[in-house]
Write a protein that binds this ligand. Structure first.
Ligand SMILES: *Cc1c(COP(=O)(O)O)cnc(C)c1O
Length: 365
């Protein structure tokens, strides 16, 4: 039997966790990614030994050698998922098996060892269990889980590292965009692309985000909330936002989303919405949609809604698109019917308030 499959977690509870009253204060209005829990999960990987030293321990700073490979060549991947409070007081994850699988796929692309899915799932579940009191009670509140892995080997040669650190940290979060499902404005980037064919666009790696930040900053400068990237080859096809997938809803009731061809991140929210739309009998096409067509269809009224989706913000309507070629508005500039329906459906399933025909919700306790 493979040693990896028999790893057992050493649970070392925090000696001095944040007192309950202080925790209540911190999670009352947590925002996003600022409030962290008491513990973290850690698993080490060493070539030859495999995965070892699995534990849950007090969250604390890392000590690393300045020559740690990740600091130089960016071998780093991550995941983003949420633990929710259910209506009956229980706690659940949403499709965690999909995060575990995508984490392995991201690792393979970045020449990193693939963490067995059972270890990924156990690390996340044990962390949620020990830090469950950190899930905020407000609407939209959740424990945002951030599994990640990086090359920790002290070595400056250019090759895949031989040592890695896998960790999970958890952050109490409220609604991602303040005001919930308010429509956002997006800026079409002319100067920058996110991912090219053959590149790392389908991997959830920190490098993709590093590459997107200057474009996102430009979007903010132009008065927009988010940047939208076009494909790198033809600079024509609408791909995705810096961290969210896109959907287009037409007057005839059909829906389009860009296909997964290696330059787009295969979002779990994207996949869930595709499934819900098909469940509803809506015609969905995974096909390219050009920026000029988007503009023409929005102007003619053929396109009635557009929305972005991802774990952090769930479903977010796109109200306005701005570019050097001029601006255009989507529908009435607010939240469309399908957008609202998909958001409500998904949130209701995640919270255990609606039937879960696809077994997406994994109840922990
Ligand atoms: C994480 C991510 C998404 C959304 O994926 P979900 O699994 O739905 O959270 C979309 N685009 C990019 C670039 C991402 O990194």
């Amino acid at each position: 039997m493979n040693a990896e499959a028999t790893l057992s977690f050493d649970i070392r509870e925090h000696g001095a966790p944040v007192p309950a009253s202080e925790r209540t204060e911190r999670i009352a209005d947590p925002g996003f990614g600022k409030v962290f829990t008491d513990h973290m999960a850690v698993i080490r990987y060493t070539e030859g030994t495999g995965w070892h030293d699995a534990r849950i321990q007090a969250r604390e700073p890392l000590t690393m050698d300045p020559a740690a490979a990740v600091l130089h060549y960016a071998q780093e991947i991550f995941e983003g998922m949420k633990a929710y409070r259910l209506g009956d007081g229980g706690t659940a994850l949403f499709r965690p098996d999909q995060n575990a699988r995508r984490f392995r796929q991201s690792a393979a692309r970045m020449a990193m060892p693939e963490l067995p899915e059972s270890l990924f799932l156990e690390s996340v579940e044990r962390l949620v269990e020990i830090d469950r009191e950190w899930i905020p009670h407000m609407d939209g509140g959740a424990l945002y889980l951030r599994p990640f892995m990086f090359a920790s080997e002290t070595f400056l040669g250019v090759r895949p590292a031989k040592e890695y650190l896998y960790m999970v940290i958890a952050s109490s979060v409220g609604a991602y965009f303040k005001g919930g499902a308010k429509a956002i404005s997006i800026w079409v980037s002319d100067d920058y692309t996110r991912a090219a064919p053959g590149g790392t666009g389908a991997a959830k790696c920190g490098g993709n985000y590093a590459a997107s930040l200057v474009a996102q900053a430009e979007a903010i400068e132009r008065g927009c909330d988010q940047v939208v990237f076009l494909d790198a080859a033809e600079h024509k096809w609408v791909e995705e936002l810096g961290g969210m997938n896109l959907f287009f809803v037409f007057e005839d009731g059909s829906v389009v989303t860009p296909p997964l061809k290696g330059t787009i991140l295969p979002g779990i929210t994207r996949d869930s919405i595709l499934t819900l739309l098909r469940d509803d009998g809506i015609t969905v096409r995974e096909e390219g949609y050009g920026i000029d067509q988007w503009r023409a269809d929005a102007d003619s009224g053929k396109l009635v809604e557009s929305f972005a989706c991802g774990t952090a913000a769930v479903v977010t309507p796109v109200g306005t698109v701005k570019s050097t070629a001029g601006d255009f508005q989507i529908g009435s500039g607010g939240t469309g019917q399908i957008t609202q329906r998909m958001r409500d459906r998904l949130v209701a399933i995640q919270r255990g308030e609606a039937p879960d025909p696809h077994d997406w919700v994994k109840r922990l306790f």
